[in-house]
Design a protein around this ligand. Structure first.
Ligand SMILES: Nc1ncnc2c1ncn2[C@@H]1O[C@H](COP(=O)(O)OP(=O)(O)OP(=O)(O)O)[C@@H](O)[C@H]1O
Ligand SMILES: [Mg+2]
Length: 167
């Protein structure tokens, strides 16, 4: 059986921290489904479609990566994709409490789905999508923190006057 795993998140936008986790995962698993959460309650900077498109472009050369948008329960989406493992990134301690709760809730919902945590390279362990947006919006450089295509899309949003930071 193919060892397929799910990597869920908002990816608004994908950062080099996410890319780092995906690349580590590629060494361990046959394929990774990057699952972009559609969250109607949280207005993001990029639409779900835009997030998916950026990730597809970044991994266009990588046949082991697929990208899908999803909503509803993660465990249901994992089942639908025949993935028994969910990978999550763990940064500095700030992620721990929330991730711990979520992993145990997902286990309660479905005993078969296992959550695996991976640590990024130390250089990315303080990097978040929110930080990237804030720094970029305030005129700081996000070069080397996000893939080139993301930097380009951030510039586009800004020049179109469509740069919104949600609270
Ligand atoms: N720099 C990073 N290093 C390792 N894992 C990360 C990094 N950024 C995000 N992740 C992990 O990727 C998954 C999806 O994260 P998500 O899309 O919510 O990104 P985020 O950076 O936390 O976004 P936001 O700033 O909007 O909360 C989570 O498991 C998260 O812990
Ligand atoms: Mg987060």
């Amino acid at each position: 059986m193919e060892n397929r795993v799910l990597y869920p998140g908002s990816f608004d936008p994908i950062t080099n921290g996410h890319v780092d986790i995906i690349e580590r995962g590629l060494k361990l698993f046959d394929s990774i489904v990057v699952a972009v959460l559609k969250n109607p309650k949280k207005r993001g900077l990029f639409s779900t479609k835009e997030r998916v498109a950026m990730i597809l472009e970044i991994f266009a050369h990588e046949p082991k990566i697929s990208v899908q948008a999803f909503d509803g329960l993660l465990v249901d989406f994992a089942k639908k994709n025949q993935a028994r493992i969910v990978i999550r990134g763990l940064r500095a301690i700030s992620d721990f409490e929330f991730e711990f709760q979520m992993a145990l809730m997902n286990r309660k919902l479905d005993e078969e789905t296992e959550t695996l945590f991976m640590m990024p390279s130390v250089g990315y362990s303080f990097l978040s999508s929110r930080m990237v947006k804030e720094v970029f919006f305030l005129g700081g450089s996000v070069h080397n923190l996000v893939p080139e295509i993301v930097e380009k899309k951030l510039e586009q949003k800004l020049s179109q006057g469509k740069f919104v930071l949600s609270p």
